[in-house]
Design a protein around this ligand. Sequence first.
Ligand code: AMP
Ligand code: GLY
Length: 423
Amino acid sequence: MNILVLGTGGREHALAWACVKDSKVNTVFVAKGNAGTAHEDKLQNVDLDMANHTAVIEFCQANDIAFVLVGPEAPLVAGIVDDLRRVGIKAWGPTQYCAQLEGSKAFAKDFMKQVGIPTAFYEVFTEITPAKDFVRSKGTPIVIKADGLAAGKGVIVAMNEEEAFSAIDDMLSGNKFGDAGSRVVIEEFLAGEEASFICMIDGDNILPMATSQDHKRIFEGDTGANTGGMGAYSPAPVVTQQVHDKVIDRVIRPVVDAMKANGTPYTGFLYAGLMINDAGDPYVIEFNCRFGDPETQPIMMRLESSLVDLIEAGLAGQLPSEAKWSDKVALGVVLASRGYPESSSKGDVITGLDETFDGVKVFHAGTKQAGDDIVTDGGRVLCVTALADSIKDAQSKALQGCQAIDFDGKQFRRDIGWRAIAR
Ligand code: AMP
Ligand code: GLY
């Protein structure tokens, strides 16, 4: 069987890598992929623009594609799943309607309010003065978010009024986030520990993926600007069985039931970004309509079931309630290029990729082949992911891999997993 994965990042490398472990699979095409997917056995990059749905459909028809696995949010929000299904091509992901849970923070917030899913209070503003008045009335810390897609970077956790006002000015009068910033969501600051809770959903059945925790800030100690994620590990001990049950009962099941009752069943991956408070109660910070990046990388390292079988079961509306996971811990450290997250540096030659370490897999993200070299081609370049018996071992193995690889301007955090280690 052939599969088409849409996307270019580390998540897509890990998903494609997991798919080809299944011997049923002949080729996994990746559009457009990166230098990592280009060199992997049974993976093949294709120069296909995922924004061109007609071209994607024609490719699927010409290459006997069993199903399309959509990695990033943009094509989902643009309705790629609807367009593929309309012509009878199987696609794993939510419809355009359901993808609004990620595509519009205002939609997600209204949905949560209506369904009764725990989340921070919020208001949506398009004008500067009422937005600042709201901040004055609520006090700080407070969180200012661009409505719309900003790749995880359109969020400012403002510790004082000055920071809040400057974020509001940037988003509503400046052009920092383009159209994504023409509305802002201002919301209550939630205290606690974050976790990523990702499930597969087939419209009705829920299959939770292994738990994980991301590290959003650029610098060690969770300081500096928000990024798409600088590293992740699985499992996340903050998600105890009790917390797990609460997340299913209070967050995931309500989404699935409400979407089903609305005649718009949710299918595909659903990612709840959670804040878990001291009492172990989960609050939703955001929904994503896809797998997380870099959470995918460690989670796929631990998956022992066939991802292809799970997706096929999902497409048939027959998801099992559990998958098989390694008891080991997986931890991924992102190597980012100079300037990330504000900018990125392209074309820097990457060395050390040939060195291998037992239990370590290097997933590519922003990389490309340039003649004989592999060079940087984006903000997040690689995710060095290790599988080991303990979180500490996984961290030190991943860091060993990070030291072996080099490129001009390389940045990475040495403290990924610190919360789990501190426990
Ligand atoms: P988001 O893109 O909405 O996931 O936000 C990015 C990051 O900002 C989150 O992972 C949190 O670390 C932080 N954040 C967002 N909303 C809140 C909130 N209401 N309270 C505290 N931190 C938040
Ligand atoms: N790592 C966060 C995300 O995928 O949104």
